[in-house]
Design a protein around this ligand. Structure first.
Ligand code: ASP
Length: 330
């Protein structure tokens, strides 16, 4: 298959098109950003117009917040964090407020962030009171000798850092309670999309990636998904690419998806879009692993393949063109 560029990957071969493009900074270094708000059974016929536009507005706002950081010369890490913080605060997404519920009706969130320039990474897993898990993941990276903190230890570290903490009632919204009830009755695989992620390329030439999630609905307490696992749901390396994943986490862990995509770029020398496509549209499809990724390299090439019915996604390319999409057929 010919290497696919982002427009072609947005199934149906729809070309990239600009929506209210901000002016690209003159003579600026190449900057770009891609975000996602989860992949899964997202169908046009199940959406009300109001809901559709609420998601598009939230994606546009999150992207704008991240892009503003790199546009003024800030770092890709700050951009990734800013975009994800916004989506964590929005009840629309399965991260922070609005996270999906465990089988016992509690919230347990995971997040990771990685700096492609230094190779440093930070992650938190199974946290129930951190308002913005991606912020805590960043502090793990910057202020501890560790990569991942989980559960009570992560929350104790959060308190020591003065990070905003919330009671469980802040995170739990009615929509997720209803979904959990339905999931318990259905006893099938649950696909309540809404994990959030971002990848960015800053004007210093550095990549970063981040992912934040409540995991999967009706999961066993203690279950940890791919999002906080470096190389599975989140990975960034200036030498290859930055990736954030969403989908059936167990498949993404077993197939080390984010790292596999970057490794294909680095070792096989294939274009980013082809590498992402090989893993998401071929390898995972053959195994039955539903989901998608966003990916970006240092040249500003982007990819956003997904093998599900939809993926909330938005990007700003190196020319400053903004695109927001939800369904497969757009
Ligand atoms: N990948 C996430 C997890 O398995 C869920 C998702 O992206 O929808 O925890």
């Amino acid at each position: 298959m010919a290497p696919l560029m982002l427009g072609a990957l947005a199934a149906g071969g729809a070309p990239l098109h600009a929506q209210a493009p901000p002016e690209a900074p003159p003579n600026a270094a190449r900057i770009a950003m891609v975000i996602h708000g989860g992949a899964g059974t997202i169908r046009r016929q199940d959406m009300t117009p109001a809901r559709d536009s609420a998601y598009r507005a939230a994606l546009r706002e999150a992207l704008g917040r991240g892009y503003a950081v790199i546009k003024r010369g800030g770092t890709s890490l700050d951009a990734v964090q800013a975009a994800i913080n916004f989506m964590e605060d929005s009840p629309l997404f399965n991260a922070g407020r609005g996270a999906v519920l465990t089988s016992t009706g509690t919230v347990e969130m995971d997040a990771a962030i990685m700096d492609g320039g230094s190779g440093k990474a930070g992650a938190v897993a199974g946290v129930g009171h951190i308002k913005n898990p991606i912020t805590l993941a960043r502090l793990v990276m910057e202020r501890t000798p560790h990569v991942m903190l989980a559960g009570a230890g992560a929350e104790a570290f959060a308190r020591s850092q003065g990070v905003a903490m919330m009671p469980q009632s802040y995170f739990i919204i009615d929509r997720r309670r209803n979904e959990l009830e339905r999931d318990k009755q259905a006893r099938t695989a649950h696909q309540h999309h809404g994990t959030v992620g971002a990848v960015a390329l800053d004007s210093h030439g550095h990549l970063a990636a981040g992912t934040s999630t409540g995991g999967t609905s009706d999961k066993l307490p203690g279950r940890i998904g791919d999002s906080p696992i470096i190389g599975a749901g989140t990975y960034a390396d200036d030498a290859s690419c930055a990736v954030s994943a969403t989908g059936a986490g167990e498949y993404f862990i077993r197939n080390v998806v984010a790292h596999d995509i970057c490794a294909r770029v680095l070792y096989k020398g294939v274009p980013l879009a082809q590498a992402a496509d090989e893993v998401i549209m071929h390898k995972l499809v053959a195994l039955g692993g539903g989901g998608g990724v966003i990916a970006l390299d240092r040249q500003g090439h982007m990819a956003a393949p997904f093998n599900t019915e939809g993926m909330y996604r938005a990007w700003v390319d190196t020319a400053g063109n903004v695109t927001v999409k939800i369904y497969r057929d757009e």
